[in-house]
Design a protein around this ligand. Structure first.
Ligand SMILES: [Zn+2]
Length: 352
């Protein structure tokens, strides 16, 4: 497992950013990439870290930034990326660095490195997080399972119990409940279940927001740096596609922009859809973001940028450099001999 992780980590960075042009030939058609990161912090030693995929170490980030700074690509702001699309200016390949959710560790560990290499970056902020009303339900679920050896949970009106004493049981239970939650029809249902779980197992959900996310003061400091772009990421961080009516989905995007403008004095022109996979953002969301006048909006659908994305600027794919799970998924594709199929897949604009 360790070896596999190393290969994919090195592999992804190498494929995209080193001088190994023969490996990059299939990518030549692409004009750039947007990278997604969440947490940046020194690794913890806990064996049970189901959200490990959402973090990279400062050392890993520095290696990546050093390579980017040396590579023949421009690291650009979201505004500059937008300009290149609008003006059809693709003389040089480009990369945008984006960090979702506004975690304190990004300010502490990533920001000094971004300054050191003088690289522009964007933070996508769900406004309920600095407002201290955010529910980081995936972190709460991790805490409930980490702190207990047996969990009770209402499923279809019946209380069921699950053993989770060992690390293995914890991992399996986390995956099962996470899948169960993500498959729920509405975000409201999901939140209700996690709130219940947290309350029953004495986990303080509000604490995660306070402890992990930047305050408005911290955001104001980092937003003052010309390297930093603040983007909207809704108010409550819901999977927008599961929001039942258009008006609520629209309000989530519009309100977050208004709140950020009121708090930081600058109106965000870029948006990221929370979670951002096809179950969380689809044609309706792409249309609303465009109607609201966002210059660009990003998903977490994996892919490089192509000229054709010019007509789909509110449905842009990103490449995740986070943690392990997603990279392993790439590894499987690479190792299965379907690499060319993957690269070809990347060429298609996927806005459906
Ligand atoms: Zn997010």
């Amino acid at each position: 497992m360790g070896l596999k992780k190393t290969i994919i980590r090195g592999g992804l960075e190498t494929l995209y950013f080193s001088g190994l042009h023969h490996l990059m030939r299939p990518l030549v058609g692409g004009v750039g990439a947007i990278l997604t990161l969440h947490h940046v912090r020194p690794p913890r030693s806990d064996a049970f870290q189901p959200n490990r995929l959402l973090e990279v170490s400062p050392a890993f980030l520095e290696r990546l930034l050093r390579r980017l700074a040396k590579a023949r690509v421009d690291v650009v702001s979201l505004d500059e990326m937008h300009r290149r699309f609008v003006e059809n200016d693709f003389k040089r390949r480009f990369v945008c660095l984006t960090f979702d959710d506004g975690y304190k560790d990004v300010k502490r560990w990533a920001y000094p490195l971004l300054k050191k290499y003088n690289l522009p970056f964007a933070l996508y902020i769900p406004t309920s997080f600095p407002d201290r009303l955010g529910e980081l339900w995936w972190v709460a679920l991790e805490a409930v399972i980490a702190q207990n050896s047996r969990i009770g949970m209402m499923i279809n009106g019946k209380e069921q119990f699950f053993d989770c004493a060992s690390v293995r049981e914890k991992r399996e239970l986390y995956d099962a409940i996470y899948r169960y939650l993500r498959n729920m029809k509405t975000e409201d249902e999901l939140r209700r279940v996690v709130r219940d779980l947290a309350a029953c197992h004495r986990v303080d959900m509000a604490a995660f927001c306070r402890d992990l996310c930047m305050s408005w003061e911290e955001l104001a400091e980092i937003a003052a740096d010309p390297l930093c772009t603040i983007g909207a990421h809704t108010v409550n961080h819901p999977m927008l596609k599961k929001v039942p009516n258009d008006d609520t989905a629209r309000a989530e995007m519009e309100m977050s922009r208004a709140v950020i403008e009121a708090a930081l004095g600058r109106r965000p022109e870029h948006l990221a859809y929370p979670v951002g996979d096809p179950t969380s953002a689809g044609p309706r969301e792409f249309r609303i973001a465009s109607e609201l006048g966002f210059k660009t909006a990003v998903t977490t659908r994996p892919g490089l940028l192509f000229k054709a994305h010019r007509d789909h600027l509110t449905a842009l794919p990103r490449i995740s450099v986070n943690g392990e799970f997603q990279q392993q998924r790439y590894l499987k594709v690479l190792m299965s001999g379907a690499a060319t199929a993957m690269w070809n897949g990347f060429r298609r604009v996927n806005a459906a």
